[in-house]
Ligand binder design. Structure first.
Ligand SMILES: Nc1nc2c(ncn2[C@@H]2O[C@H](COP(=O)(O)OP(=O)(O)OP(=O)(O)O)[C@@H](O)[C@H]2O)c(=O)[nH]1
Length: 349
């Protein structure tokens, strides 16, 4: 008899809405997870930020699991399953898949439904969607990806409740209209036990879940067509470089980037070598929110190339690469080799 299928939980939510932060908290609470992290750009940073607790972590970089790297997701899940069956990995009881912040979760669930081999071995247990309580309404008004993530959810988890001031009931009402079936809760009080709850599955019915009553100010209608592949209007670019930079020059470069990019810069994250710091400085920004910086004690996996990922919204896919070209010029950076050669991982001068 075949062993029971491994439950799979999809953790989704718009760019910068708090998926990795929540994932890290859950990784600290239970040791029976295998984690798959999907990143939009070629340079992965989230897997470096995921808490090192011995859980197997696989990175799917270079596009969304809902479209560009669907095939890689299949292979990754197969490899995880075979490694577990063969005793090469601890017997994890659940796969937690963190999508990119631009993913259409229905594209992910389709992979499981359409692949006969995977269907027998994995069972989609739930779709959990983080919603930024500060920036959630703006994201829903501007980005169809955010709407897809909300309509696909079994549970909507509000993040950044510590930051949100004023009356937030409009966001909650909007979420209930967009997806009346989903439970709404606060991420801060959701512990890892949520991953064990099963929810009845349903088919994608775009439009049927769209709001039926009047829309909240600034709200947008659910898109009429599935979002996938070329439909994305979120474009990533990444840069790796060698050498330390002074902290004040980093701040100048960040200010210049944010000034020139404006609201089109939806997400920025990086690990940067700074003069007089042993470990990297982690920098993160989300549209309309202050830049967060935190020194990390050490470089993840000994890879001490500085790296920066930016994600732009809009019709021009080359715009983020131009921002990074400007960043490189402004800081007179020496670009690191893009291949994974061992001599690119030496220490900084
Ligand atoms: N104040 C506050 N900040 C938070 C909270 N959750 C996340 N953040 C911050 O929001 C930023 C984005 O958080 P992440 O957890 O990386 O978001 P994400 O959804 O994984 O981001 P992407 O993978 O890039 O889409 C980081 O600077 C976090 O420190 C929260 O509950 N409160």
């Amino acid at each position: 008899m075949n062993p029971p299928p491994v439950p799979l939980v999809v953790l989704t939510g718009f760019l910068g809405s708090g998926k990795t932060t929540l994932l890290n908290r859950w990784l600290g609470q239970r040791g029976d997870l295998a984690v798959v992290i999907n990143e939009l750009g070629d340079i992965g940073i989230d897997q470096d930020l995921a808490r090192r607790v011995g859980a197997p972590i696989s990175l799917l970089a270079g596009g969304c699991v809902c479209c560009a790297v669907q095939g890689t997701l299949r292979t990754t899940l197969r490899n995880l399953y075979m490694a577990r069956a063969g005793g090469d990995l601890p017997p994890f009881s659940l796969v937690l898949l963190e999508t990119t912040g631009a993913a259409d979760p229905f594209g992910v669930t389709a992979v499981l439904e359409q692949d006969a081999w995977l269907r027998k071995r994995f069972r989609l247990r739930s779709v959990l969607t983080t919603v930024d309580r500060v920036a959630g309404q703006a994201a829903l008004a501007r980005h169809p990806e955010a709407l897809e993530q909300v309509t696909a959810a079994d549970v909507l988890l509000l993040t950044k409740t510590d930051r949100a001031g004023g009356d937030q009931s409009a966001l909650i009402e909007q979420l209930r209209r967009l997806n009346p079936r989903a439970e709404v809760g606060e991420a801060a009080s959701a512990d890892a036990g949520l991953l064990d709850r099963d929810f009845p599955r349903r088919c994608r019915i775009t439009g049927a879940l769209a709001p039926t009553g009047p829309l909240a100010p600034g709200a947008a209608l659910a898109p009429a067509a599935p979002l996938s592949g070329p439909g994305h209007r979120l474009h990533p670019a990444g840069l790796r470089w060698r050498g330390r930079i002074p902290y004040d020059r980093l701040q100048e470069a960040l200010a210049a980037l944010r000034d020139s990019a404006g609201d089109e810069l939806v997400r920025l994250k990086g690990l940067v070598a700074i003069e007089k710091l042993d470990g990297p400085l982690l920098i993160q920004a989300v549209t309309g929110q202050p830049v967060e910086m935190a020194p990390l004690p050490a470089w993840p996996d000994g890879d001490d190339d500085s790296r920066l990922v930016v994600i732009a919204a809009g019709d021009d896919p080359d715009r983020p690469a131009r921002w990074l070209a400007d960043w490189r010029r402004r800081l007179a950076l020496k670009e690191a080799p893009t291949c994974d050669s061992s001599d690119s991982h030496g220490s900084h001068e």
